[in-house]
Design a protein around this ligand. Structure first.
Ligand SMILES: [Zn+2]
Length: 299
């Protein structure tokens, strides 16, 4: 008697497994088609970078603004915004105004370099900036133009020029719709998770796949956003008559001050300091050109 048939009481496990495998592949294929449809029907070209990006086509400016506003109100209710009439708050507001005033020209110039037209997506933003009392060397700009600068950033920035570089970087995140892109990425990730669960992948396998995706895809993607925000932000600062050469010493100070304990916006997703400084150095000539072109009025 053949051993391989001796212990299975007439069942044929090989065939059963093959059938289960087939169903798994059909389920995975279904999710891949779903994910692919989502991906290709929500691709759009970003005018600032000329790159194809993934943003949910159903998400319009007003919805994005509403989400930004809600998050902003939550943050302001938990943190301590300082009196808007203090010199610090006035200084930060003045820098923000100068940067924001240059958005249309800088967007049009960058779009033209990519052979594109400006989308003027930010024209309906309700820009607002608050200064928050905190030791963190941090700042942010939410979708829709709601910004905050933490007082802990001021001693690290040291000058208006450097502060303008950081604020330009934050404004660039909002202009480039990085929040909306992250939401679309999360949706794709969820589709992937559902596919993993539905196809009967065991939790350990699923975790391995998600971790590989995190390192291989999502983290480089976040770093790419940082590099883009550095470039667009630097052009904004230069166009608003700030000194773009302050960007390099600023990021040196930022990485020193963080000492490995950087706040979320300036930690893991940010490019390694050496790479960032190289990129910013390489962008200086272009930034000076933008300064000459757009820094016309005495500010
Ligand atoms: Zn950033």
């Amino acid at each position: 008697m053949n051993n391989s048939f001796g212990n299975n009481n007439g069942r044929q496990p090989t065939q059963g497994r093959r059938r289960g495998g087939g169903i798994r592949w059909i389920i995975l294929l279904g999710f891949a088609v779903y994910g692919g449809c989502y991906y290709f029907s929500n691709r759009t070209v970003d005018p600032y970078t000329g790159e194809k990006v993934l943003i949910d086509a159903g998400l319009d400016a007003s919805q994005e603004k509403a989400m930004g506003l809600q998050a902003y109100q939550e943050i302001l209710s938990q943190e301590r915004p300082i009196d808007p009439n203090t010199p610090q708050a006035q200084q930060v507001r003045a820098i923000a105004q100068r940067l924001i005033a240059k958005v249309p020209e800088v967007e049009a110039a960058l779009a033209a370099e990519n052979g594109l037209q400006a989308s003027n997506f930010s024209q309906d933003f309700d820009w607002e900036v608050n200064v928050i009392a905190s030791d963190q060397a941090n700042a942010f700009c939410l979708p829709g133009g709601k910004m905050a600068v933490y007082t802990g950033l001021l001693p690290v920035a040291q000058s208006e020029d450097a502060l303008a570089v950081v604020m330009g970087h934050e404004i660039a995140h909002a202009l480039l719709r990085h929040g909306a892109q992250r939401m679309a990425q999360q949706k794709l990730t969820q589709i992937g998770q559902m596919a993993g669960a539905a196809s009967g992948m065991d939790p350990q396998q699923q975790q391995m796949v998600m971790a590989a995706m995190g390192y291989g895809y999502l983290l480089p993607y976040a770093r790419e956003h940082e590099t883009q925000a550095d470039e667009v932000g630097l052009m904004l600062a230069a166009a608003a008559c700030y000194d773009p050469a302050q960007a390099m010493p600023l990021w040196e100070r930022m990485s020193q001050s963080s000492g490995g304990q950087a706040p979320p916006e300036f930690s893991s997703t940010h490019p390694n300091p050496g790479t960032r400084i190289q990129n910013l150095t390489a962008l200086q000539a272009k930034a000076m050109e933008y300064r000459q072109r757009f820094c016309t009025s005495a500010q």
